[in-house]
Design a protein around this ligand. Structure first.
Ligand code: SF4
Ligand code: SF4
Length: 99
């Protein structure tokens, strides 16, 4: 699957199966602060120079994913849903989409 591009990352049916939201891999984040500036939904804050996603605010729009220069942001299923074939197949915790 290709890297997320803007606001049309996946077909609607994909979202019906599970809600993807953003997560920052702390070890990869270089603290550039691009993602909190680009997030429309105020879902990312910097904490000790590491970006942290507030999953309650994240809509899965993907702008941060595209903005990150070091691919430190991945998709994880929205754990609040706890349903759908994705969760059943992979379990709660996450999987990386991209290159
Ligand atoms: S996916 Fe969108 S809403 Fe979620 S943290 Fe990234 S920019 Fe914000
Ligand atoms: S854009 Fe990437 S490297 Fe920059 S602060 Fe956000 S997660 Fe960290």
């Amino acid at each position: 699957m290709g890297k997320y591009i803007g606001l049309k990352p996946f077909p609607p049916t994909f979202y019906e199966k599970f809600a993807p939201i953003a997560k920052v891999i702390e070890e990869k984040c270089i603290g550039c602060e691009r993602c909190p500036k680009i997030c429309y939904f105020d879902a990312i804050k910097m904490n000790n120079k590491i970006a942290v996603v507030n999953q309650d605010n994240c809509t899965g729009c993907g702008l941060c994913f595209e903005a990150c220069p070091v691919d430190a942001i991945i998709w994880v299923p929205d754990e609040s849903t706890q349903t759908g074939p994705f969760i059943q197949r992979y379990g709660v915790g996450g999987i990386e989409f991209g290159d």
